[in-house]
Write a protein that binds this ligand. Structure first.
Ligand code: UDP
Length: 243
C-alpha cells in the first residue's frame, strides 16, 4: 500500500458544499463526502474536519439587514453545529468512527472541544469533527480551520472548493483567460486577493506556516490523491518554489 505524504490533515468544507437544492442539506453530497473522507481510513491518516454554516446562516448577511452582529454570528456558529452533526451521521453510516466536538458547549449533543482529547480521538482512528467554528463571533470557520490546524499540529489544511480545482489568477467562471496556479505564497495570495480563505485565516496560516491545498471537492478521489502526495489543486505556502 502507498505511504501517505501527510500524517494528519484538517479538511475544511463549506456549508455551501452540502447545500441541497430544495433542502438545507444534500443527502447525496453528505454521502459522497463521507466516502471521500472514508477513503483515508486505510492509510491510518489522522483526520479532523471543520465544516462551515453558510447553507444555514451567514453572520454578515443578517447584519446587513440590521441584526446585532454578535447575535447573528452566534446563529451562524449554531448552523455549523447542525452541519457537523449531519456530516457525523453520514460518516458513521459509512462505517467510520467519529467524534463531534463543539467550540460552544452543548454537552447533550457533542463533546466540548478539548485539544488533547481531539488528538487522542484521532490516535484511536476516529474522525474528529470540529463544530461551532472558533466559538467566537466575528470569525469564520476558515479561521477555525486555521486555528485548529495549528493547535492540533496538522500537516496541511485541505481547503475544499465547490467545482473549482484550485486558485486562479481571476474567477475562472467569469474570466476565460484566468490561469490556474500550481503554487502561490501566502503573501502573494493576500496581496492579490486570491480566493484561498478569508484574509484573517490566511494571515494566521502564514504566521504559523501552515500549508494549505485548495482543491475541487466535487472531483472524486481528490482527497485521497492529495494525501498520497499527488500534486493537484493549488498549494499555498511560504515558498515560491516547485512543489
Ligand atoms: N461564525 C462565527 N465564528 C466562527 C465561525 C463562524 O461567528 O468562529 C459564524 C459567522 O457568522 C459565519 C457563520 O458562522 O458567517 C457561518 O460560518 P462560515 O461563514 O465560516 O461558513 P462557510 O462559509 O464555510 O459555509
Amino acid at each position: 500500500m502507498q505511504q501517505p505524504k501527510y500524517r494528519r490533515v484538517l479538511i475544511k468544507l463549506s456549508g455551501e458544499q452540502i447545500k441541497g437544492t430544495d433542502e438545507v442539506v444534500s443527502y447525496d453530497m453528505l454521502d459522497y463526502l463521507a466516502r471521500e473522507i472514508g477513503a483515508l481510513h486505510q492509510y491510518k491518516v489522522d483526520v479532523a474536519v471543520v465544516i462551515g454554516g453558510g447553507n444555514i446562516w451567514r453572520g454578515n448577511q443578517s447584519i446587513a439587514r440590521g441584526m446585532d452582529a454578535a447575535q447573528s454570528h452566534y446563529m451562524g456558529m449554531l448552523g455549523t453545529i447542525i452541519n457537523s452533526l449531519a456530516l457525523q451521521d453520514a460518516l458513521e453510516r459509512h462505517g467510520l468512527d467519529t467524534r463531534a466536538m463543539t467550540a460552544i458547549q452543548m454537552n447533550e449533543v457533542a463533546e466540548p472541544y478539548i485539544r488533547r482529547r481531539a488528538t487522542r480521538h484521532m490516535a484511536k482512528g476516529r474522525v474528529v469533527i470540529l463544530a461551532g467554528g472558533t466559538g467566537n463571533p466575528y470569525f469564520t470557520t476558515d479561521s477555525a480551520a486555521a486555528l485548529r490546524a495549528a493547535e492540533l499540529h496538522a500537516d496541511v489544511i485541505l481547503m475544499a472548493k465547490n467545482g473549482v480545482d484550485g486558485i486562479y489568477t481571476a474567477d475562472p467562471r467569469r474570466h476565460r483567460d484566468a490561469v490556474k496556479l500550481d503554487h502561490v505564497t501566502y503573501m502573494d495570495a493576500l496581496n492579490r486577493g486570491l480566493a484561498v480563505m478569508d484574509s484573517t485565516a490566511l494571515t494566521f496560516c502564514m504566521d504559523n506556516n501552515i500549508p494549505i491545498i485548495v482543491f475541487n471537492a466535487l472531483e472524486a478521489g481528490m482527497i485521497e490523491r492529495i494525501v498520497l502526495g499527488e500534486r493537484v489543486g493549488t498549494l499555498v505556502s511560504s515558498q515560491a518554489t516547485e512543489r
